[in-house]
Design a binder for this molecule. Structure first.
Ligand SMILES: *Cc1c(COP(=O)(O)O)cnc(C)c1O
Length: 427
């Protein structure tokens, strides 16, 4: 008997336009979006509604730690959803306790608070700092220029970039910014009101700039001398992306005098949930006790679904040694990028980063990237997308690679080949 093949679903001819029309009419236009409507993903590849395939080296901005549609993560979501999605923090649930235990195990003795995003994790650190300094009237938090700490009111006050603050003044008081990796500037900025220093281990949005080991050790010493909290924004550079759980563990590897280095608080989100929205902050013992019952909270924080997914992700990362793999594949990508820099010195200014958080700084005034009113990083990102590659702009002159930790060597090679062609076509 002849097999009856069902006819393919009728193509909605204007799917791309109709989705974009929905956004144009109904979605707050607060994002500059690329001209693409995504339909599905698998591993480190994405497909748009027109069936075009892309290699995803952006990882949803450092979120999809295990790529797209990971079968085990899907399984954890389904299994957990059969018992409990949510119960609130009025009660105990096992997965929240176990996820906290895992985070403590990867950092040091301390306690963990769960929330829903990176900005919210940082908010918890600001509140902790205020509580810590309250009796002495200290409240001020020093952060770095070019930093990024989230889009809440206190988040934009903490962020050392004017563009996020513009139009939203007056700023939440109590934040000041000093140049990054400049210990002298930080020392000079400390006032009697200062209570904490907040830094990213690798500035992500600011253009992928890692902290130096001397800076980190110096900050710890400054904080100890002045009774300040050292707060660590690990939202983008954390969760094994550099080859270690947190980037300070990687940056300080083998550095003399770094044994026992620890921040007092660490914020997390992005890769923690691999795409499920969850954030957290860890506090060194005994600081967690400052946030006693009733002082801080959030409805969804640490709900069973999010914790089950985050636990599964940590389990897979450990089982498959993905931290080591992120380090190795990251090295491969970085040396490939450095080769490109050698080959195209008038196109690539610098290559920075560690593991799977890498930045490529474009040279100034590349004719092929000069489009009126558009940052070269955005024009380049568009070109890459046309060539089937997803990267992420960081500021006006840098594009970032924040791939899944399980990116294969073949996929890394595929990405480098596309980049090479792109730089060739710019010549
Ligand atoms: C993304 C990011 C944030 C904000 O996280 P959201 O989940 O978007 O609120 C904070 N800090 C850093 C370093 C980030 O990269």
């Amino acid at each position: 008997m002849k097999e009856i093949v069902p006819s393919p679903p009728s193509v909605i001819r204007n799917e791309q336009q109709s989705v974009q029309e929905l956004f144009r009419k109904h979605v707050v236009p607060s994002y500059g979006r690329f001209d693409i409507v995504l339909a599905r993903g698998q591993g480190s590849h994405l497909w748009d509604v027109n069936g075009r395939r892309y290699l995803d080296l952006g990882g949803g901005i450092a979120v999809t730690a295990l790529g797209h549609a990971n079968a085990e993560v899907t399984g954890a979501l389904i299994e957990q959803s059969k018992t409990l999605l949510h119960v609130s923090n009025l009660y105990y649930t096992e997965s929240q306790g176990r996820l906290a235990q895992q985070i403590v195990r990867h950092l040091a003795p301390g306690r963990v608070f769960f929330c829903n995003s990176g900005a919210e994790a940082n908010e918890g650190l600001y509140k902790l700092a205020r509580k810590f300094g309250h009796e002495e009237g200290r409240f001020e938090i020093l952060t770095a220029l070019n930093s990024f700490h989230g889009r809440t009111l206190a988040g934009i006050a903490a962020t050392g970039q004017d563009k996020v603050k513009k139009g939203f003044e007056p700023m939440v008081p109590g934040f000041r910014h000093v140049p990054y990796n400049d210990l002298g500037a930080m020392r000079e900025a400390i006032s009697p009101a200062t209570v904490a220093i907040l830094v990213e281990g690798i500035q992500g949005e600011g253009g992928v700039t890692p902290a130096t080991p001397e800076y980190l050790l110096g900050l710890r010493k400054l904080c100890d001398e002045h009774k300040l909290l050292l707060l660590w924004d690990g939202v983008q550079c954390g969760h094994f992306r550099t080859g270690r759980f947190q980037s300070f563990q990687r940056i300080l590897e083998g550095v003399a005098g770094a044994e026992g280095f620890l921040p007092d608080g660490v914020s997390m989100a992005k890769s923690l949930g691999g795409g499920f929205p969850i954030g957290a902050f860890w506090l060194r013992e005994p600081l967690g006790d400052l946030l006693s019952a009733g002082t801080h909270g959030t409805t969804y924080g640490g709900n069973p679904l999010g914790c089950a997914v985050a636990l599964k992700i940590i389990e897979i990362i450990e089982r498959d040694k993905l931290a080591d793999r992120a380090r190795e594949t990251g090295e491969l990508l970085k040396s490939g990028l450095t080769n490109l820099q050698r080959r195209f010195p008038t196109r690539i200014q610098a290559v920075r980063g560690l593991g799977m958080i890498l930045g490529v700084e474009l040279a100034e005034n590349i004719p092929g990237l000069a489009v009126d009113g558009k940052a070269p990083s955005v024009v380049f990102t568009n070109r890459a997308m046309e060539a089937g590659l997803m990267v992420i702009p960081a500021g006006t002159n840098v594009f970032r690679l924040l791939p899944a930790l399980n990116l294969t060597r073949a996929e890394a090679g595929e990405g480098l080949a596309i980049l090479r062609q792109l730089f060739e076509s710019l010549d």
